[in-house]
Design a protein around this ligand. Structure first.
Ligand code: SAM
Ligand code: SF4
Length: 434
């Protein structure tokens, strides 16, 4: 018996999908990439923006026919939109067999077991070892969020922060390594606010890096407020922790940051960027930005553009503000959609222009690439690279960057042939990027 998963939204959802998949695998189910051969279709939804929720709802609507085509098929809907609109979903899509909101993901094992026991006999189960063979694995270290950013639905659908214990996290890391992982990404909404007894996020980073077999550690999403000197020193001092930070700024205007309740200023963010780049020359810094937040004046928007230019982010995600029912900002008057589109386009063009410039500086440099699958891997700074040679997943190779026009770089393996010229090129790039 096979299951198919469609995931919408952030890495947290990707990690939740993997966790739910492990419950299915433990019951003997096998994952498939072809929905036609699946008996269970799991839709893991997102509600952070209306667009994401609409896509998930239209997918669920389509599943009425998918389900009717083969007897005993089941549809499971989970995640943040399921949490926010559970009753509506059950009314509008009565053929859905199970709805599990984001706050109840940890109960998924029991709920899935009930679903399977109710409708499937053991003979139908095709037994398989419950393994995840990903080279790069996610490990959730905390759930929920204690912030109240005025635009954001996450605290309502995921609840307040709950931290997993260090022991549980280190155990999960060891499990993923045993299954083939070499790189671990720690996940949380404000991942660096992690605490467990006397331990803070920096202690966890060190402990995870020391787990046998862990070659790379990343984390997402940190909040600027908790990007302490200790975290930065740990990143700089522990080789396994990759020099790449995705640090959402949301806006470059102090007025907007205050309205959003972000708990830092433009100046504090700028100081952080300088501090991190000083500690980790050559690191990459990326961000999230919201354009068209209610009350954003042309001057506020210019402040965001000038922050992007000043910092020169390596890449970034630009989001059009989307009012979420129940959040404080949803009560403020929204900008016309055309204005939001215009600002979105202008911001995208700027961030892409800088991103291309940053990538082109990598041409000819040598990068350590950990191969994840079929000729694709990542640099320590988190650029995706397509490699021309066939290299086994899990191997790290030295690659010369041969093309940097697109977001996915092109590279050729150049192991053990680092010439004096290459050293000079690498040094220069590190200084430029810093
Ligand atoms: N917890 C992370 C943080 O605080 O940076 C981010 C979580 S959220 C799932 C990912 C991104 O979605 C945010 O950084 C923000 O830019 C964007 N986002 C959240 N709510 C939004 C909204 N109502 N409209 C547009 N973008 C939104
Ligand atoms: Fe949402 Fe803010 Fe929490 Fe991030 S920190 S999840 S943006 S409330």
């Amino acid at each position: 018996m096979k299951y198919y998963v469609r995931t919408y939204g952030c890495q947290m959802n990707v990690a939740d999908s993997a966790e739910m998949g492990r419950h299915f695998k433990a019951k003997g189910l096998v994952e498939t990439q072809d929905e036609n051969e699946a008996s269970i279709f799991l839709v893991n939804t997102c509600t952070v923006r209306q667009h994401a929720e609409d896509r998930a709802l239209s997918e669920i609507g389509r599943l009425r026919r998918w389900k009717a085509r083969v007897p005993n098929r089941k549809v499971v809907v989970t995640g943040c939109a399921a949490e926010r609109t559970k009753e509506y979903l059950e009314d509008r899509f009565p053929f859905v067999d199970l709805v599990v909101g984001a706050k109840s993901i940890e109960d998924f094992g029991v709920l899935a077991e009930r679903l399977l026991d109710r409708r499937v006999t053991d003979e139908e189960l095709e037994y398989a070892a419950p393994v995840d063979d990903k080279v790069a694995a996610f490990v959730t270290i905390m759930r929920g969020c204690n912030y109240s950013c005025t635009y954001c639905i996450v605290p309502a659908v995921r609840g307040r922060e709950i931290y997993h214990s260090m022991d549980q996290i280190l155990g999960e890391v060891a499990d993923r390594v045993a299954e083939g992982a070499r790189e671990i990404t720690l996940l949380g909404q404000t991942v660096n606010s992690y605490r467990n007894g006397p331990n803070r996020f920096a202690d966890l980073l060190k402990a995870v890096a020391q787990v046998d077999g862990v070659e790379r550690v990343r984390f997402i999403s940190p909040h600027p407020y908790y990007m302490t000197d200790r975290v930065i020193e740990t990143m700089a001092g522990v080789h396994q922790v990759c020099p790449s930070v995705h640090l959402p700024v949301q806006s470059g205007s102090n007025t907007m940051l205050k309205q959003m309740l972000r708990n830092y200023t433009r100046e504090e963010y700028l100081d952080l960027a300088t501090k991190m780049r000083r500690a980790m020359p050559g690191m990459t810094l990326s961000t999230d930005i919201i354009v068209g937040f209610p009350g954003e004046t042309p001057q506020d928007f210019r402040q965001t553009l000038s922050l992007i230019e000043e910092i020169e982010f390596d890449w970034g995600f630009i989001f059009k503000y989307s009012p979420r029912q129940g959040t404080p900002a949803a009560q403020f008057e929204s900008h016309p959609q055309e204005l939001i589109e215009e600002r979105h386009q202008e911001c995208l063009e700027l961030i892409d222009r800088i991103a291309i410039k940053k990538r082109l500086a990598l041409l000819g440099t040598h990068q350590d690439v950990l191969v994840e699958e079929d000729n694709f891997g990542r640099t320590r700074t988190n650029y995706k690279v397509h490699i021309s040679e066939d290299i086994a997943a899990g191997e790290e190779v030295r690659v010369r960057i041969t093309n940097a026009q697109r977001a996915t770089l092109e590279g050729a393996v150049d192991n053990g042939n680092v010439t004096f010229k290459n050293f000079r090129e690498e040094g220069r790039t590190a200084i430029n990027a810093g």
